[in-house]
Design a protein around this ligand. Sequence first.
Ligand code: PMV
Length: 325
Amino acid sequence: MKSTVVACSNLALIKYWGNRDDTLNIPINDSISVSLEDLQTTTTVEFGPKHADSLVLNGDPAKGEAKQRFEQFISHFRKLTGFRKPVRVESVNNFPTAAGIASSSSGFGALSHALYDAAGFEYQIPEISKLARLGSGSAARSPIAGYAHWYAGKDHETSFATQLALADDMRILVVLTDQSEKFISSIDAMQLSKRSSPFFTQRGVQSNKNISQLKQAIEDHDFSLLGKISQQEANNLHAVINTTGLGLYYWNPTSLAIMKYVNVIREEYEIPCYYTIDAGPQIKILMKSDQANAVQELVEDKFSMVEIISTSIGFGSKLSDLHLF
Ligand code: PMV
């Protein structure tokens, strides 16, 4: 009745931004991501009559929005499975939580996998993916190693992720420009975008068009096409975010300076690298493994205040014997 799972955060190359159905997180477009090996969440789940439902996150009892999302998620799990025993959960991230490096993707991914396992169910990746999606859309992609394709689908049964390809020799630098918690959650921001950005619908249409091109780039190991599509996708996402309400602006002046510098490194230093950015101020830079040190040195020389996590492509969520309690 006790299970522990380790899941990697994932980085969207084709972005998820907005739902057709907000209760089930059925998205308006397909998305594609890579798993990030060095950004991990470990979660232990135990069912039993001696517990009351509880979540401890990075050593502290969950409060406020995190607690509410957890309770909502557990009630989704109970409705789906009919399994109603009280549950104790502890979870730790080895990276900053909720600052735009998708802690919700690894968090709900690890939790979903551990819940199915601790409850003693037979399960496969699609079940984990569908359950994880109910916690946070991007978590639908976290059971998958390497590259994941989340099919938007039409309903709960058809909206889940599958593997596109295993890791190749890409490396990702996660450049942390500000580690405070974000001011608005992605789910709230995307709902606002849907209501107010004139570019919301067009972005989703464009992302769906980009899917087949990116799949081809992954299959052909065509890094420059992969990088180009990913960078354009990030720009399209932020065109929507920046026209949400009177402008949401997840990036800060350092994020913007780094994005521009990535273009300089690619065009003037002639090192193929591309940026992407999500709902937070951190910049993720994509490059081939053998260029990672050169790019990291250039960025560190110019931006001494940032911290960089360098990661390769990671694994899918997996069971572990190292329980947290
Ligand atoms: O899963 P959420 O609700 O945290 O939304 C993730 C949104 C982006 O990270 C910006 C894009 C994506 O596809 O991961």
